[in-house]
Design a protein around this ligand. Structure first.
Ligand code: G6P
Ligand code: ZN
Length: 542
């Protein structure tokens, strides 16, 4: 029996770059999660009796919201819910399940790389039938609905046993608990040459994978240790924990420093990798060689044809605006179209659906392809393993060959976290006001060639997304980009993206901080970072 629960709106349910993200305590307020889920169901397109996919990264509060969502789905006319065992589905695995079983959409419960636990973060994101994050038109409609919502619908039913595979009836809704890993592992076997990787492992190739006590543990254990023959212990921190062991499950030099220490140590394995809370990000670090996400995208695109899933070549390459232009040079060499989109994986969805791009990537450690509609951490790891197994070279050799052929985009991102919102806004406002006067000015040896506030015209649906970050381009191909993060839950985070292009035959083997020193000084002079924020150094460098 459907029950209507009267409710009043919360005013802060505007989805950000990647769904609604708040502290767990916020989600625990009466009706908070229920209002949002009901607003989604009130707005999204679907036939009666549709299938909904449900799963999350296993963080604290995951199971509670899954039970709430099941009851609300039952009361809203869904026919079936597919939920990952234990409430676990990595974000790319959820995208795959939505596509494979023809679901009308899915709710992914995660705050990605943000910490978890009773005092930390939680999130709800809606993905549409193509498996990708809801586009802005849909998230705007959801937000509008949350502002006026006055009730949510539910059924009175006991909690579903999420740990046992099989089906349960909740009112008219069939809830099926599915194996979290099986469909995803099968897809990976279709795309990659597992036999070649296995042979490389037998020949002595070694790796370390840090699952960061987050969702990729079971996926990596099954695929790397179970199917590819890497020895037990290759996957570290492989059991998902509700608080990720107290760490930020963010695969970068700061939060994955143990992996870095291993990979730069004397007994480093050949290959190191890590993923984030919900399994869509990746970190690639070879023996004594870190690969930036921007370079990883370019190197994967240049070699993807070595994997069976991409043997017939790529249709195009897409990257987010702040991502370095390394991939553009590969696209040019391969004669492929190259797209520059705003930050946020959702902007790749139309290009992938339209068959205009095959591989996409972002500086924020996201890489993926048209196999799902999310970025995919383990996919990137497996594509690297496939390429290295076929080419029989090390990560360092591959990187050096790549730079010798295409030139090198030295790159770093500086994050200034938890800034007072008014100060961050003032910095950006002043910067935007100064844009017209920047071209022609010089900062040290750098001359500004062009400066703008990035705006994107989607070539598929014709929509425009403006105000997507300030770009300052210097003569010679170097660049600084400034934007405010859309994923934080505390104050504002200023991101400063620094990129210096060194052409073929140039200084290709230098340390990144040395090569970026002039740009770092220019960035502060242009934006007045210290003056506005009082900060003289970033909190995180990636
Ligand atoms: C999420 C999105 C990415 C985006 C990243 C950074 O991971 O899925 O597409 O690049 O957030 O967003 P931010 O707004 O914090 O820079
Ligand atoms: Zn993530």
């Amino acid at each position: 029996m459907t029950r209507t629960v009267p409710s009043t709106p919360y005013s802060d349910q505007k989805p950000g770059t990647s769904g609604l993200r708040k502290k767990v305590k916020v989600f625990q307020q009466p009706g908070y999660a229920e209002n949002f889920i009901q607003a989604v169901f009130d707005v999204v397109e679907r036939e009666p009796g549709s299938t909904l996919v449900l799963g999350g990264d296993g963080r604290f509060h995951n199971r509670t919201v899954i039970q709430q969502a099941i009851r609300i789905a039952a009361a809203n006319g869904y026919g079936k819910v597919l939920v990952g065992q234990g409430g676990i589905l990595s974000t790319p695995a959820a995208s795959n399940v939505i596509r494979k079983y023809g679901a009308s959409g899915g709710l992914i419960l995660s705050a990605s790389h943000n910490p978890g636990g009773p005092d930390e973060d939680f999130g709800i994101k809606y993905n549409i039938a193509n498996g990708g994050p809801a586009p802005e038109g849909v998230t705007e409609a959801i937000y509008a609905r949350t502002r006026t919502i006055d009730r949510w619908l539910t059924v009175d039913a006991p909690d579903v046993d999420l740990d046992t595979l099989g089906t349960t009836q909740v009112s008219n809704l069939t809830v099926e608990v599915i194996d979290s890993v099986a469909d995803y592992a099968e897809l990976m076997e279709e795309l990659f040459d597992f036999a070649a990787i296995r042979a490389n492992v037998s020949a002595g190739f070694t790796m370390a994978f840090d699952a960061m006590s987050a969702v990729t543990g079971p996926y990596a254990t099954e695929i790397l240790e179970g199917r590819l023959g890497f020895p037990k212990g290759t996957v570290r921190n492989g059991v998902p924990l509700e608080d990720f062991g107290g760490h930020h499950p963010d695969p970068n030099m700061v939060h994955a420093h143990e992996l870095f220490e291993t990979m730069f140590g004397a007994d480093a394995p050949d290959f190191g990798a890590a993923s984030d809370g919900d399994g869509d990000r990746n970190l690639i670090v070879g023996r004594h060689r870190f690969v930036t996400p921007s370079d990883s995208l370019a190197m994967l695109a240049a070699n993807a044809h070595l994997a069976p899933g991409y043997a017939s070549g790529l249709k195009g390459i897409a990257r987010s605006m702040p991502t370095s232009a390394a991939a553009d040079r590969v696209a040019e060499a391969l004669g492929l179209p190259c797209f520059e989109t705003p930050t946020g994986w959702k902007f790749f969805g139309n290009l992938l659906d339209a068959g205009m791009a095959t591989i996409c990537g972002e500086e924020s450690a996201g890489t993926g392809s048209d196999h799902v509609r999310e970025k995919d951490g383990l996919w990137a790891v497996l594509l690297w393993l496939n390429i290295l197994a076929v080419r029989k070279i090390s990560v360092d050799q591959l990187a050096r060959e790549h730079w010798a052929k295409f030139g090198r985009n030295y790159y770093a991102r500086h994050d200034y976290e938890a800034l007072p919102t008014n100060k961050a806004d003032a910095l950006m406002a002043e910067l935007k006001a100064a844009l017209e006067s920047l071209p022609g000015q010089t900062f040290g040896s750098l001359a500004v060639a062009q400066a703008d506030n990035f705006s994107y015209l989607d070539p598929v649906d014709g929509s425009t997304s403006s105000n997507q970050g300030v770009r300052v381009m210097f003569a010679g191909g170097s660049r600084v980009v400034f934007r405010l993060s859309g994923t934080g839950t505390e104050g504002a985070t200023l991101r400063v993206y620094l990129e210096r292009y060194e052409p073929v035959g140039g200084d290709l083997d230098r340390e990144t901080p040395d090569m970026l020193a002039d740009l770092i000084a220019a960035a502060d002079a242009i934006a007045g970072i210290a003056r506005h924020t009082g900060r003289t150094a970033p909190d995180v460098v990636t």
